[in-house]
Design a protein around this ligand. Structure first.
Ligand code: ZN
Length: 231
């Protein structure tokens, strides 16, 4: 078994599940992409964008370093790989990035409306807000710069204007969960907005408590990654 096989299998399983469940927007397209940090290395495992996800084998998943130089894989990595790497460079608490074209979160991008933490599970897993990242064309340095400018809020979810969403996690399982949490919360928020009634926020003291719990989990992930990079 190859050094990177396990992480490639995990990336592929997540990608195919999200594609089959409509989170990439088009079941037959190749939109959206998934990556994982390679523990202890300046490298990532990332999907490619040239083949339908249902046709992929785990051996097709690319391994590239932070300079986008190939380590393993015969096909080119996703054009969004630079955006994933920007997250890993700036956020040592993040070990997985899932970029989707999920529908309800995308609606919020069209009306330029960030998503507040309306449920305790969102405040705990994603943070106190899902911010809107200003539009730039996919794969461009402008989009990478726009994403990077938002990362200092330490949240694990962002909405890309006129595009989709970016879900982060300390593990792939957590980033994957955040995809579903974001979509459920966006759907209920949009439905509530359409009622034209006041929207009840999560109590501030609960948000503050959950932010502390999140920070603890993030600090542990940062310490683990720092230790791995030093060995
Ligand atoms: Zn995209």
């Amino acid at each position: 078994m190859g050094k990177y096989d396990q992480v490639k299998k995990e990336v592929l399983a997540c990608t195919q599940w999200l594609s089959e469940h409509g989170y990439f927007g088009a079941l037959r397209g190749t939109g959206g992409n998934v990556s994982m940090r390679i523990a202890g290395e300046q490298a990532v495992a990332v999907t490619l964008s040239t083949l339908p996800y249902r046709d992929l084998s785990f051996t097709d998943i690319c391994i590239v370093d932070f300079e986008l130089q190939p380590i393993e894989g015969d096909l080119p990595p996703s054009v969004e790989t630079g955006m994933h790497i920007a997250v890993y460079r700036n956020r040592l608490d993040v070990n997985a990035v899932v970029h989707t074209h999920q529908v309800k979160a995308s609606v919020l991008s069209l009306i330029d409306t960030p998503l507040p933490a309306l449920y305790d599970e969102v405040a705990l897993h994603i943070g106190n807000e899902v911010a809107i990242v200003p539009y730039a064309l996919s794969g461009t340095p402008e989009l990478i710069a726009n994403v990077t400018a938002k990362l200092a809020n330490n949240c694990h979810g962002y909405i890309l204007q006129n595009h989709g969403a970016l879900n982060l996690g300390e593990t792939l399982e957590k980033a994957w969960l955040n995809v579903e949490l974001l979509e459920k919360t966006a759907e209920t928020y949009l439905t509530a907005l359409s009622c034209g009634r006041e929207i009840i926020p999560l109590p501030t003291d609960i948000v503050d408590l959950l932010v502390v719990l999140r920070k603890d989990a993030q600090d542990k992930a940062i310490a683990r990654n720092q230790a791995l990079l030093e060995t």
